[in-house]
Design a protein. Structure first.
Length: 300
């Protein structure tokens, strides 16, 4: 028996679902047909890839290794199919662009819309990705360009300042400090804080912690969230206050008070980063447009 995409797709789906019925529904094939396909795959590999029982399905050690190895293969095939479909629609190029919460809530959407209007033949594949992961993704060619929080001097990566915002405090609307028009970071030292989780928000957290230490305190963290919506929800619920980007003004939320921090001279920077050796024609076009558009170029 020869191995084909049908076998890889079936195993990849079953390896994620670990349930024959759900996998067959996802693949839109009958469950007996899926079972036969997996049996053929195991015969070809020469070892069991799954442990089956009446209630559950588990991967063997060989199955876990095989699943990890075929992930890139199936992703590349999906990508090839999608690019062929786009070419049929007149799309001639593609760029994979990573962004953070701060970037997508600031000037980035306006830039991307303008680029789309000027270059409809280049498809922009947008991928949410925390700052800490973007450098590695660029070097592994998983993305072409990223928009991250902070500055970058890592080699061999080029960078270009794109946007910047102020640091602000966000509080529940009924918080006693919300009665004031402006706050200092030091005014929050007795408050409990809501932060993004350590891994995804590490660089931002480290910056805020450094600013707090400079004012003689460390923030007491009450709860953490994985994304901005989670942070806002916890603040609204009264779990604590948070430090965020003034870009939050572009997406007003009921139940939140936003106050400028007068003793935070630093700006919250958004930087575009890409691999120096990337000779992609689409990236060259994108960077040329970026240098003309970026807000910091217009402000001086």
């Amino acid at each position: 028996m020869s191995l084909d995409l049908r076998h890889l797709r079936a195993f990849a789906t079953l390896g994620q679902e670990l349930h024959f019925r759900r996998a067959s529904e996802s693949l839109r094939v009958a469950q007996p047909a899926l079972t036969k396909t997996i049996q053929q795959l195991e015969d070809h590999v020469g070892t069991p890839l799954l442990v089956r029982s009446t209630r559950r399905v588990e991967l063997t050690e060989a199955g876990r290794v095989f699943l990890a190895e075929i992930a890139d293969v199936t992703a590349q095939i999906d990508r090839a199919v999608e690019r062929a479909r786009k070419a049929a629609r007149g799309v001639r190029g593609e760029l994979r662009i990573a962004y953070t919460d701060f970037a997508i809530n600031g000037a980035l959407p306006h830039f991307l819309r303008a680029f789309n209007e000027a270059h409809p033949d280049i498809y922009l594949d947008l991928i949410f990705m925390p700052t800490i992961h973007q450098h590695e993704a660029i070097l592994r060619h998983r993305i072409d360009i990223g928009f991250l929080y902070g500055v970058s001097d890592q080699q061999p990566i080029n960078s270009l300042p794109f946007d910047e915002n102020d640091y602000v405090a966000i509080l529940p609307v009924n918080h006693h400090l919300a009665k004031r028009d402006q706050l200092a970071l030091s005014d929050l030292k007795a408050e409990k804080f809501v932060f993004g989780t350590g891994d995804s928000w590490m660089i931002f957290r480290n910056q805020v912690f450094a600013e707090c230490r400079a004012r003689g305190f460390l923030p007491e963290i009450s709860l953490e969230a994985t994304n901005s919506d989670g942070i806002f929800g916890l603040v609204i619920a009264g779990a604590g206050v948070a430090i965020y980007s003034s870009a939050i003004g572009n997406m007003p939320r009921q139940g939140i008070a936003i106050r400028q921090l007068t003793d935070m001279p630093a700006k919250l920077p958004i930087t575009a980063v890409w691999e120096r050796g990337n000779a992609s024609k689409e990236l060259t076009v994108f960077l040329r447009f970026l240098r003309r558009f970026r807000p910091l170029a217009k402000s001086g």
